[in-house]
Each structure stands twice: as C-alpha cells, then as structure tokens.
Design a protein around this ligand. Structure first.
Ligand code: FEO
Length: 395
C-alpha cells in the first residue's frame, strides 16, 4: 500500500467515498467525497480528525499500516460533524487509553452524539500541545462549519489542519496534493462545497481568514479535497473572494414553467443580455436543477433573474423550494429581476415580489407578468429588464 506523507512523520490516512449519493443526505455527490484524516507519528502519536463511519475498517487499516500495532496517544477533534467524528467510537475502542482533544464546545457534542465523556483534554484558543518534535497550536474558527470547529497548526512544519475550511466535494483520484492534480476538476466542486456547506457563514469565514492571516502556513490540509502545498493562494484568494460575496458580471436565470411560456421569457431575456455583451449567462429549469448548482452560481455571478408561472395561486413549487434555500443562506449583494406568466389568475410574480422584499437585493426593473404566451409589450419589458441588468453589470 502506498503511504502518503505530508512531511517526514505526518501521514495522510483518509478515505474516498464513492458510494454515497447525497452528502448530509441532501447535496449530490456526483464526484464522490474524500474524508481526510492525518496521523502525526512522534514520541506521542496524534490522529487529526477521523472519517465517516461507513469507512471504519479501511480507515483502521490505513492507520495500522503506519503504526504496526503501536497505540495512538491523542485524537484531535477539530470538528464534530459525523463525516469526521463517525469513527471516534471505533478509535476509542481500539485505543482505549487515547486522550480526546477538543474545546469546550466539542465535548457536549461528543457526549450527545456518542455518549463518550472520559479521557478528554480541553484546550482553548492558542493552547499548545507538544508531541515531542511537533507542537500543536489550536485556533477556534466557530461556524466554519459548526460552533465547535477549530483548526490545528503544527508550527515546526507550518502545516495547518483546517477542518472543513478550504475543503471540496470530489474524491482524491490518485493525486492528493494540489501540484499532483488538474485543479479544473475541483474549481467548481470547491465552490459548490463552500457556497452550500459554509456559505451561510461568510462573515465567520472572513473572521477565520483574518485570524489565520498572522499564521505562517506552508501547507493546508483540510478534511475534504486536495492538500495545498504548492499554490496556497489558489484556495486562499478564492475563499477571500467568495466569503466577501464578490462576484463576476454574469447572470443566473432560474425559471419554473409547465408549458413553456415562462421559459420563453427566460430565453428572451438571455438573448438580449447576450446582445448587450454579457457572456456568462446560466439558464436553469428549477424542476431539473439541484439547488446546490443554483447556489454555487449565485456565488459566481452578480445577476439573478428569476421567473415563475402561477401554480394554484402560488409560485411554482420547484422555484419556491430554491428561493427558500437562497433566503435561508442569506446570500448578499446581487442584482435582481423577476418575471412570470399565468393563465387565469396570478400567483407566481406576486410571490416573487415577496422574495424580492425579503432578500433585499437591488431590483433593477419592474416585475414582468404575462398572461399566457409572450406578446409585444411584455416582450419589450423583457428586453428592457435585460438592458437594465446589462447596464448595471457592465457599469
Ligand atoms: Fe465535513 Fe462540517 O463536516
């Protein structure tokens, strides 16, 4: 078996999940997921985070291939979500003298999830733990992704074990380190991961980035996705941009349609945007597209134009589902347009206006509502909406 080393005595012992369809039973995993864990083999042996419980056997084998029967002294629990804590009980069973290292928010979760309350060591912001040649320092990064989340820094090697921060969807397919990978594969999956899993906590992410600014980091080892050792700025600059809601001048057009009238309006708006020089235009049918794709692209592009037909006096259900998710994520700093159609009574646009009121984005043009198929005056309004959006995006 290959042994993957981050440094002379720090090993990668993670696993790839190519079985699970939905992460957190919600987010599609078309490219799978890596659960990264690390072993520091020093005078005292420390394990950093574990893996999802479906991979315990493979995981214990990975560890044993390095330790060959020796024990582990410390388990560092950076994050308690079960994709990383799922093997804690198995680790405690196999290494009964292990000390579990976490902060004051870690241990109530450990008790609640796994009924484990013994052999714990509580550390706090800036605490140090010596393993012999390696010293661990702990920094709290609450809400990136849960309240107890922290990172662990090895000062002698300048390696940061960053928990979910800087993670990605997607398995590690042979390559583990950034310089071993074609990063095109991870670019969209990193953003889909950040926007959907951590995106609600952008201000917390900004605070975490500011805190880590003063730490001299040579390598970033997250709990998902590539290990960054060559081009740290690739991931750092993206996290700074995404967490500050900085976007590019493109447009996401989302629509819900039953018989194509609302879709026609979407196509009309898109064509005019293109005529005005907007090149990044994404059109999504709400009934076919998972919300994670829409939310990912909201973190890419500043323009969002949403259309809905009426459905029993309400918005179309698949549009409503996605808009509820967007409201819940609290995404900021977008330009908005709304449109829709109806047959005998409204409902789509009426409820899109409520979304506009709640989300408080900048509505660039009047709501457009057509009765039946798209006709002359509403066609002109669709063109006007696209023109206003293009004017605002292109400055
Ligand atoms: Fe990868 Fe929040 O767990």
């Amino acid at each position: 078996m290959h042994q993957v080393k981050l440094s002379e005595n720090i090993h990668y012992v993670g696993v790839n999940d190519r079985k699970t369809h939905l992460f957190e039973n919600y987010w599609p995993l078309e490219n799978g997921m890596a659960y990264n864990s690390y072993l520091i083999d020093d005078e005292k042996v420390a394990l950093v985070d574990t893996v999802e419980r479906g991979f315990i056997e493979e995981y214990l084998d990975n560890i044993d291939a390095i330790l060959e029967g020796r024990a582990i002294d410390y388990l560092i629990i950076n994050h308690m979500e079960p994709d990383h804590s799922g093997a804690i009980r198995a680790i405690v069973n196999k290494y009964p003298n292990i000390t579990l290292v976490g902060n004051k928010k870690t241990f109530p979760m450990l008790a609640n999830f796994y009924n484990i309350q013994e052999n714990t060591l509580e550390i706090a912001e800036g605490s140090e733990l010596s393993l012999g040649k390696h010293t661990l320092t702990f920094y709290m990064i609450p809400m990136v992704h849960w309240p107890e989340t922290m990172v662990t820094y090895v000062k002698e090697e300048k390696i940061l074990f960053s928990a979910d921060a800087f993670g990605s969807f997607g398995t590690l397919n042979g390559g583990i380190f950034d310089d071993e990978l074609n990063l095109d594969f991870y670019e969209d999956e990193m953003l889909r991961y950040f926007s959907n899993i951590v995106g609600k906590y952008c201000p917390h992410t900004q605070r975490a980035l500011a805190k880590l600014e003063g730490v001299d980091i040579r390598m970033i080892a997250a709990t998902h996705g590539p290990i960054w050792r060559t081009d740290l700025n690739y991931v750092l600059e993206r996290y700074k941009k995404w967490s500050s809601y900085e976007t590019d001048p493109g447009v996401v057009i989302l629509y819900g349609t039953m018989y194509g009238n609302t879709e026609k309006m979407a196509d009309t708006i898109a064509r005019q945007l293109s005529l005005r020089g907007i090149k990044d235009i994404k059109i999504y049918d709400a009934s076919k597209t998972h919300p994670s794709i829409i939310i990912r692209d909201l973190f890419k592009y500043k323009g969002f134009i949403v259309g809905s037909c009426a459905y029993n006096n309400e918005m179309f259900p698949s549009v409503e589902n996605i808009l509820t998710k967007i409201e819940h994520m609290g995404v900021k700093n977008h330009l908005l347009g709304i449109f829709g159609s109806f047959s005998w009574n409204g409902g789509g646009v009426k409820n899109l206006k409520k979304f506009a009121d709640n989300i408080k984005w900048d509505l660039v043009y009047d709501p457009i509502e057509e009765k039946g198929s798209l006709k002359g005056d509403k066609f002109a309004m669709c063109v006007n909406l696209a023109n206003e959006m293009a004017d605002r995006l292109l400055g």
